[in-house]
Design a binder for this molecule. Structure first.
Ligand SMILES: Cc1cc2nc3c(=O)[nH]c(=O)nc-3n(C[C@H](O)[C@H](O)[C@H](O)COP(=O)(O)OP(=O)(O)OC[C@H]3O[C@@H](n4cnc5c(N)ncnc54)[C@H](O)[C@@H]3O)c2cc1C
Length: 118
């Protein structure tokens, strides 16, 4: 159900294709803040774009991830996956690539916590 001027994000939202994740909640918060700012300033909010990456650290120097880009489908009023945009760690990834994924995971955690709390 859509209620004008009520903005719901994160786990409490019905955001269809997007997973319930901290990454999603953070991206949705940014889109939401920008949209409210545009509405207050009589600007067109434009077409939002969203992204989610889930990292898993399997063991030391061994990380994997899945990333998906999303857009907003105005016809059905829901967030939908953008076909072909995103990626998954290949099952035959090299040790070097898996170690890099692990570093990315730590980097993402560092960045998102700084983004939220500082
Ligand atoms: C074990 C686990 C691992 C996870 N790992 C990851 C990960 O690696 N990466 C990732 O991106 N996401 C991860 N997630 C998901 C992520 O934690 C959530 O999607 C994210 O925290 C959602 O944020 P939110 O602000 O929407 O909701 P929440 O973080 O749940 O915040 C809601 C807040 O509202 C408060 N609240 C509830 N009811 C009321 C009320 N009536 N009045 C006032 N306050 C209220 C709650 O106490 C809570 O503090 C993980 C989740 C779990 C459980």
């Amino acid at each position: 159900m859509i209620r004008p001027n009520i903005h719901v994000l994160g786990n409490a939202s019905v955001s269809a294709g997007m997973p319930k994740s901290g990454y999603s909640a953070n991206v949705q918060a940014k889109v939401c803040a920008r949209t409210i700012s545009d509405m207050l300033n009589n600007r067109d909010p434009g077409d939002p774009s969203y992204m989610n990456t889930c990292y898993s650290i399997v063991r030391k120097d061994y990380g994997i991830s899945v990333s998906v880009v999303y857009s907003f489908d105005e016809t059905n009023n829901q967030i939908v996956k953008v076909k072909g945009a995103g990626g998954l760690t290949p099952s035959d990834a090299s040790d070097e690539a898996l170690a890099r994924e692990s570093r990315y995971a730590h980097g993402w955690f560092h960045n998102i916590t700084n983004d939220m709390y500082s």
